[in-house]
Design a protein. Structure first.
Length: 612
């Protein structure tokens, strides 16, 4: 995701910024010129009759200040964020859905939070980024500190990987457009100014393991953040590949041995700042990094570079060409599906072979003025969302599954007028989050393998997954703190600094199967499902380290079992990772910054690893 240029945060690292624009961080925007109207008065999506207070249509209490999903400080002088899992969040403008967007008969429901004016269950919370020069940017503004849950790239097959699809139309037959060309680049194995130092194995200069108690894991290693501008810099992605942990930050990609933190290779240097990465790696350990073509405010995020995670060697490179008037490469999103790299722009997409850089196909305008506007990818699935009929009176959106290798459409599902596909919680199986701006309503729907509507979530609860910040209209990728397996969706209930619950929801019925409370008094959120167990991360407090726990997903008993208790001596550092990215791989817990503050006095960390 491209981060626009921003002003230096006032008050130092983590100081909150100005009040966000009305409508909440990341409030999805309709396509330009696309008037929205309420759905028909019958069928799936018809308005419902409110019930007694506390039930269907009852207003909800906004979440408490300071935590995962909490609203920002009130207007006025900036306030220091309170401790909490995540960052101060803006409640979205959408209440629960008053019926779904697919036109199917709706099943009778129990009294629930539908039409709630505050952020309801499942509403993705937007992380507030600093403001771009000249005013607010679509998607919100502000600053954030504290640990926020972002699932590691290794688990993205269960989550979502797509993007604000603002794709590429560079292709054969397009005059004046340049497509990526496979070419070898220089081996980047050298050090750079401001790079994290390769400290000796076991070195702990900050004494984070000091006073470690019985039963506590230890900090295996950690690295300081590289130099960054005073206004901050993006540090997207974290890939655990074999015995190597790889991390992008500002203008470099670093690699460390997972066991002792010694430099594995690199760093790989780029001439300008990194603006987007593939959240997943390919099956053979390749990723693609996008970086800016210059340092000015008019620079574009259009330079692509493939990197081998095992060696750090650069593979093919190329440039993303501009499309039409409203289809530029100012911002691109990258996603991987099988051997296909999809590069997304605002109104189109171009697919490449991630191994060679060879162009595979374009996805452009089709049918009655349908423009591809977003993509999401999984291991062998590629989902496209298109905006259709703008300004014609037949405005609607369509969800399609594409063959990743050829781009051929496997199925199409039309979304009811007035509804927008804002997020995907999972690609395989497909779980989507939709919003209706006119109704201030939302909906979570699931689909079968062949694209047929399957169910909608019917749980009387407010959930708080954390979703990425959308530069333009939407961003399909980036919803974290949510996990999915073949038949169950796992979502965290809303919380700030106290215990919460993770609720297991049937994909077949949309109803609750079971729930489990966070151990202790700190909130937790899902990370992944593996080996028949849900892996979840419990946030640290000021004097207690974070915890990794497991919960059996089958059977009748669903209790948390501790897998790793991080040391109390590292709690302060663990709790200050800016836009934290976490992963659990082979019994080790990794956390890294998703954004650098640029504060030279903060002793900011780039990445840490915990283990026994």
């Amino acid at each position: 995701m491209t981060q626009p240029p921003n002003q230096p945060p006032q008050g130092g690292y983590g100081a909150p910024q100005d009040q966000p624009p009305q409508g909440g961080f990341g409030a999805p925007q309709p396509p330009a010129g696309a008037p929205q109207t309420p759905p028909a008065q019958e069928g799936f999506g018809a308005p419902q009759t409110p019930s007694a207070p506390g039930g269907f249509g009852a207003p909800q209490t906004p979440p408490a200040q300071g935590g995962f999903g909490a609203p920002p400080p009130p207007a006025g002088p900036p306030q220091q964020p309170q401790p909490g899992y995540g960052y101060p969040q803006q409640p979205g403008p959408y209440g629960a859905a008053q019926g779904g967007p697919y036109g199917y008969p709706q099943q009778p429901q129990q009294p629930g939070p539908y039409a709630a004016p505050q952020a309801g269950y499942g509403h993705p919370q937007q992380p507030p980024y600093p403001t771009a020069p000249g005013g607010p940017v679509a998607g919100g503004q502000g600053n954030r500190r504290k640990t926020a849950l972002i699932i590691g790239a290794a688990v993205a097959a269960l989550l979502v990987i797509g993007g604000t699809v603002y794709a590429v139309t560079a292709g054969d037959g397009d005059e004046g457009r340049k497509k990526p060309v496979a070419q070898q680049s220089d081996d980047p194995k050298h050090s750079a100014t401001g790079s994290p130092s390769a400290s000796a194995a076991g070195a702990d200069p900050d004494n984070l393991n000091g006073g470690r108690q019985a039963g506590e894991a230890k900090v295996l290693w950690y690295k300081p953040a590289p130099d960054a501008p005073a206004s901050g810099a993006d540090a997207p992605g974290m890939w655990i590949s074999g015995d190597t942990a790889v991390k992008a930050a500002y203008k470099q990609v670093f690699a460390f041995n997972t066991g002792d933190g010694e430099n594995a290779w690199g760093p790989v240097d780029f001439p300008q700042k990194i603006c987007s990465v593939t959240p997943q790696q390919s099956a053979d350990g390749k990723v693609v990094v996008a970086y800016m073509n210059g340092g000015s405010d008019r620079a574009k995020c259009n330079q692509l570079q493939q990197i081998d995670l095992a060696t750090g060697e650069k593979g093919w490179s190329g440039e993303v060409a501009d499309g039409g008037l409203f289809d530029s490469a100012l911002s691109v999103e990258l996603t991987v599906s099988g051997k296909t790299l999809m590069v997304g722009r605002s109104q189109s997409g171009t697919a490449y072979d991630i191994g060679t850089g060879k162009k595979l196909y374009d996805k452009k305008k089709y049918g009655a003025a349908c423009f591809p506007t977003a993509f999401a990818g999984g291991t062998n699935r590629l989902i496209q969302v298109a905006s259709c009929g703008a300004g014609t009176g037949t405005e609607h959106e369509e969800i399609q599954e594409l063959d990743p290798a050829t781009g051929k459409v496997r199925w199409t599902q039309q979304v009811k007028k007035g509804w927008e596909v804002s997020r995907t919680y999972s690609v395989d199986p497909l779980v989507v989050y939709l919003t209706n701006r006119d109704k201030k309503a939302w909906n979570i729907s699931t689909f079968t393998k062949d694209g047929k509507f399957r169910s909608e979530v019917k749980v009387n609860e407010k959930f708080s997954p954390r979703c990425g910040w959308a530069v333009l209209e939407r961003e399909l990728q980036g919803c974290q703190g949510v996990a999915v397996d073949a038949d169950t969706l796992y979502l965290p209930t809303d919380s700030t600094i106290s215990a919460n619950e993770v609720v297991a929801i049937s994909l077949a019925t949309g109803k609750e199967k079971w729930r489990v409370k966070s151990p202790g008094d700190r909130p937790m959120a899902p990370v992944k499902v593996e080996g028949g167990k849900l892996i979840a991360y419990v946030q640290p407090s000021y004097d207690t380290g974070g915890q990794v726990v497991s919960v059996p997903v089958g059977g009748s008993s669903h209790k948390t079992t501790g897998l790793l208790q991080n040391p109390a001596g590292a709690a302060d550092v663990e709790n200050t990772f800016y836009d934290g990215i976490v992963d659990w791989v082979d019994g080790r817990f990794y956390i890294s910054s998703g954004r650098l503050s640029g504060d030279d006095d903060s002793k900011e960390k780039l990445i840490m690893a915990f283990g026994d």
